[in-house]
Design a protein around this ligand. Structure first.
Ligand code: ADP
Ligand code: MG
Length: 204
């Protein structure tokens, strides 16, 4: 399957557009349990990624690694290094002609990077609560092909995002609120669901 620079760039451009449209929503969610900057942070970072010239990269993985470095250097807060690490790891495991299992492995390398860096486990009210079940669903459906696997991943990601609402945060700024963090949807789980939905639209 052709997952070349054009495919990787289509994924990033779609995600950048969705982040632009939803920057206010993400910032509003972060206002409830954080410091009201998640949408602004991600929008600045993804605009810088969208400004990269795809023709400067020979392989999809090189483009995604550059996207990761761009996010590390332009996005502040917790989410910059976490998203940056995700794309650096995904890019490192990327091949321009992967099958469904290969793409699953690349995405999981990204999740592993987030977990190594942020030390969050499932249930601590972070982006991991959406991304982890998403990649489990991907693996469970990888035998049916990339389109089915990514569709299942997007659905599980959204369910994981919604399931953050009642949780008490144990990582990041939201954890400072303790029990008062319950009843609010996690901003990072919300943006990462947009990322996996964009993958489903562009990589299948
Ligand atoms: P900051 O919290 O520094 O202002 P952002 O507002 O951009 O950064 O991002 C907040 C999001 O980052 C949270 O909603 C959560 O999903 C995610 N996050 C915070 N800490 C961690 C962590 N240790 N591991 C995984 N995700 C985290
Ligand atoms: Mg914030």
């Amino acid at each position: 399957m052709a997952l070349d620079v054009a495919a990787a760039a289509a994924w990033m451009h779609d995600f950048a557009g969705v982040i632009d449209e939803n920057a206010e929503l993400l910032t509003d969610l972060d206002r409830e349990i954080g410091d009201a900057d998640h949408g602004f942070n991600m929008d600045r970072g993804m605009k810088a990624v969208a400004a990269l010239d795809p023709s400067a990269f020979a392989k999809g993985g090189d483009y995604l690694k550059k996207a990761g470095m761009t996010l590390v250097s332009t996005v502040g807060g917790a989410s910059g290094p976490l998203y940056g690490t995700f794309f650096l790891r995904v890019g490192g495991a990327w091949a321009d002609d992967m099958d469904a299992a290969g793409l699953g492995k690349a995405l999981r390398a990204g999740l592993d990077g987030i977990v190594q860096r942020g030390k969050a486990s499932v249930g601590e009210k972070t982006m991991v609560d959406a991304l982890s079940p998403a990649l489990d669903a991907y693996d469970a459906h990888a035998g049916e092909g990339v389109a089915a696997a990514l569709a299942a991943a997007a659905q599980a990601c959204a369910a994981g995002r919604d399931a953050t609402i009642p949780l008490i945060a144990h990582k990041g700024r939201a954890s400072y609120l303790g029990e008062r963090s319950a009843g609010h949807q996690d901003p990072g789980a919300t943006s990462v669901t947009m990322l996996i939905e964009a993958a489903s639209r562009n990589l299948a």
